[in-house]
Design a binder for this molecule. Structure first.
Ligand code: SF4
Length: 489
């Protein structure tokens, strides 16, 4: 029997962030703080979790499949990770690479001493680099793209670890937010475009790094600042922070989908409240695609802020016309008769008394394959809704992501196969509209998208990838190629 993650749609019909990272240096209970921080980042990856700690002499590592709480809620688990420095990682796997050997942080003994690395993102020339490294004798222990960085650091000819690290990153294309640990402290950095997020906080004498500000809040740390795109930060055990900018000054292109869906609404991303941005996207949708209706209903939970924004802009009442179960766990064997869309209904159920006979504006954050949208529309019709006008708080997702987000191959994306009218017919909605790309940019506080030099990565909507995609260009079959395929026994 398959096991479904409670956070995931029954048929995987959502883009999924693949990783969250968290690190702390200078705290007596560092690994306990990391476990708590990773718990706050659980929405960024639920298949596996790992923590590495350092006690001044030795590095310690614990990894496991599943959620943070399942692996790190016991005193024994935390006691096995001593020291005042620790970092951790939550992840999804891609293309079958879910073995424990791929669970991060990865660790290696280099000439300079122990080195651990936790990576959020995806290296888009990992296969190219790996082929060359293997030819030169490197022996890979995992099928993770992140291990390429370790081998590049190990084989660099520069004298200091920092120079070797920079030398390695100069060869790497794609997206990376990294937290690394060495015997002398922590190194954090973001790729030159800042595609994936990373923020820094402070708790007493301890310095804290996290993918999102919500993790700082949860451990009680005060937000200091984001790590800037292309910035590399060294933090020592006395709390001294040294900033380097080894990649020059490129224009930043952070992932705009962090605002649409990935980040928690209580996080601050790129200086903006994710919740407020999502409300503003809903308001833009109402301006761009108004419709006569009785109720605005979100697909919970991710559609809620945009629906509030749509309702407030349009004057149509906001109501919870779909109720989400918080107890979705294992997949059930479906009864063969009389249980249309039972998989969706276990997670979402129509509030029949509210929606029967009503014209509904249904708000969701995105449409990926379209199969879940179809089931939700059918569920609302079964509950007696008179009209269903589907409004989507992102532009059509027409392209795959190669920067650390699990996207179906392009041929499976509904928007890559159909125009909006065809998509409306496919999901059986009375009307369908997406926020425009300029509307999305307005919601994040820009005047619009600057065509010549877009302010964000928006490649899954526009197809304009901000980096080279070397591995993809070498392939005949343009699937996502974030990790080599690993056969799971
Ligand atoms: S392609 Fe889309 S999901 Fe991927 S980094 Fe760019 S905006 Fe984000």
């Amino acid at each position: 029997m398959n096991i479904t993650d409670p956070f995931r749609d029954a048929d995987g019909d959502k883009l999924r962030e693949e990783c969250g990272i968290f690190g702390v240096i200078g705290a007596r209970d560092a690994s306990a703080m990391v476990a708590l921080g990773l718990h706050a980042l659980q929405h960024r990856g639920q298949e596996a979790v790992g923590i590495v700690s350092f006690d001044g002499q030795e590095f310690y590592s614990t990894k496991g499949q599943g959620h943070v709480a399942a692996n790190f809620s016991s005193g024994e688990a935390i006691a096995s990770l001593p020291g005042i420095m620790a970092s951790g990682h939550v992840r999804y796997s891609t293309t079958g690479g879910s073995g424990l050997r791929n669970v991060q942080p990865l660790f290696a003994d280099l000439a300079s001493g122990g080195f651990s690395i936790a990576h959020n993102g995806n290296i888009s020339n990992a296969m190219f680099l790996k082929r060359d490294l293997v030819r030169k004798g490197a022996i890979f222990q995992s099928t993770s793209d992140t291990e390429v960085i370790i081998h590049l650091v190990a084989t660099s000819r520069y004298p200091t670890l920092l120079d070797r690290f920079v030398d390695a990153l100069r060869l790497v294309e794609g997206a990376y937010a990294l937290i690394c640990m060495t015997p002398v402290g922590m190194i954090a950095c973001r790729d030159p475009l800042g595609i994936r997020p990373l923020v820094m906080g402070k708790l007493g004498e301890a310095m804290v790094l996290a993918s999102e500000t919500v993790a700082l809040d949860v451990v009680g740390a005060e937000f200091v600042r984001q790590i800037d795109p292309g910035e590399l930060v060294e933090i020592d055990f006395d709390g001294n922070v040294r900033s380097h900018r080894p990649f020059g000054n490129e224009s930043a292109r952070p992932c705009i989908f962090e605002h649409v869906y990935f980040s928690r609404p209580d996080s601050i991303v790129d200086g903006r409240s994710v919740y407020q941005v999502r409300k503003e996207i809903g308001a833009q949708l109402a301006i761009e695609s108004p419709v006569e209706a009785d109720l605005v209903v979100p697909v919970p939970d991710s559609g809620v802020p945009a629906a509030i924004g749509y309702a407030s802009q349009s004057g149509i009442p906001f109501e919870l016309g779909i109720i989400r179960s918080h107890y979705v766990g294992r997949t059930f064997i479906q009864p063969s008769d009389g249980a249309r869309n039972a998989d969706v209904k276990r997670k979402h159920n129509a509030n029949r008394a509210l929606v029967a006979g009503k014209r509904i504006v249904l708000i969701d954050d995105s449409i990926v394959r379209g199969t879940t949208s179809l089931k939700i529309v059918q569920m609302m019709r079964d509950a007696g809704a008179k009209e269903i006008h589907f409004r989507v708080a992102s532009p059509p997702t027409e392209h795959s992501c190669f920067y650390g987000v699990d996207t179906p191959e392009r041929s499976k994306l509904l928007a890559a196969r159909m125009d909006v009218a065809q998509m409306a017919e496919f999901i059986q909605a009375d009307s369908l509209a997406f926020v425009s790309i300029d509307g999305l940019y307005r919601a994040v506080g820009e005047a619009g998208r600057t065509k010549a030099c877009p302010q964000y990565c928006d490649a899954c909507f526009t197809g304009e990838y901000p980096t080279r995609l070397t591995d993809l260009a070498e392939r005949e079959d343009p699937d996502q190629y974030s990790l080599p395929v690993e056969k799971v026994a």
